[in-house]
Design a protein around this ligand. Structure first.
Ligand code: NAP
Length: 280
């Protein structure tokens, strides 16, 4: 294993995101300079304002790329096409793109990076555990009632800390260049398994209800969610969670030489952060 060093800052798109914050922290701990960006940073970076991209890309040779809100949305391929062109013009040499496992909608956007002529990696990850603690499932946990569309499969949830370790390896180890890295947790489990384990740890009841997907989507519309968010949830719960991704893969073990975090380990360390605590 060789490690690539350079004084140029590594761009991290998604500074406050579930993986971006960890990738940024780990790179800096290893002595790399970073430039972590989002809409609320200076320089600012907004996927929907291409005029904000150039300042963030100046002097950068490597970039970790997380798209918003999801790489599977229909607009992503064109935006990624334009972003790759801007990155190439700015002198970027290597892009590491975060994607999802078994999401057909992401393939066109991934292809923009794979066919860019730059060094590339696509890191395809399964569902993140951190959706329960740093994303859209947190409110339901804290409210003691989580309602989700019913799925008839299991999912090998992965820890964002593990994703960050793989991304840092891809950014810094030239022998990993130009490959799709598919990663998941080692245990294929249900949403109910996750909620039960969290409930046992937090010490307050969490009612978990699964409803038909159509009823869930109707509820979202009634609550005023925008059409593209409703589309995204439908795609995730009908395609990504139809069973195609239920089997764990071992890309992480190959690269890091260790096992991914279990649900138990995720819950233990997350309890310690206080994020599920109801006390002010
Ligand atoms: N969650 C999963 O289970 C899962 C699984 C597989 C793949 N993925 C992929 O993961 C990617 C997201 O990565 P992540 O979960 O690490 O990030 P994340 O947690 O979703 O990132 C959230 C941050 O993105 C920034 N952001 C929002 N809109 C933006 C915009 N228009 N331009 C620039 N920044 C914006 C926000 O910061 P500001 O408010 O400061 O802008 C926000 O704090 C998606 O592309 C998704 O497809 C997710």
């Amino acid at each position: 294993m060789t490690t690539q060093t350079s004084q140029a800052p590594i761009l991290v798109i998604g500074k406050h995101g579930k993986t971006g914050v960890r990738v940024d922290r780990n790179l800096r701990a290893l002595g790399f300079q970073t430039r972590a960006v989002s809409r609320s940073t200076e320089p600012e970076f907004d996927w929907y304002r291409p005029d904000s991209w150039n300042k963030a890309l100046q002097g950068v040779e490597r970039a970790y790329v997380t798209f918003q809100p999801d790489l599977a949305i229909p607009e992503a391929p064109q935006i990624m096409h334009d972003f790759v062109a801007a990155a190439r013009s700015a002198g970027v040499k290597h892009l590491v793109l975060l994607s999802g496992r078994g999401e057909p909608g992401t393939e066109k956007a991934e292809a923009m990076v794979r066919n860019s002529g730059l060094t590339w990696n696509i890191v395809r990850a399964s569902w993140f555990f951190q959706n329960f603690s740093e994303s859209f499932l947190l409110d339901g946990i804290l409210a003691g009632e989580l309602i989700l569309p019913k799925v008839a499969t299991t999912e090998p949830f992965i820890d964002a800390d593990d994703i960050a370790d793989v991304v840092v390896a891809a950014l810094t180890q030239p022998d990993l260049a130009n490959q799709v890295i598919e990663i998941s947790g080692a245990e294929s489990i249900t949403f109910q398994d996750c909620v039960q384990q969290i409930e046992a740890a937090v010490g307050y009841p969490i009612k978990f209800t699964e409803v038909p997907l159509d009823a869930y989507l109707d509820g979202m519309r009634q609550e005023g969610f925008e059409d593209d968010m409703v589309w995204l949830i439908e795609m995730l719960f009908s395609e990504v969670l139809d069973g195609r991704n239920a089997k764990p893969v071992n890309g992480l073990q190959h690269i890091l030489g260790r096992s991914p975090a279990t649900l138990d380990e995720y819950v233990s360390k997350t309890i310690a952060t206080g994020v599920w605590s109801k006390e002010m």
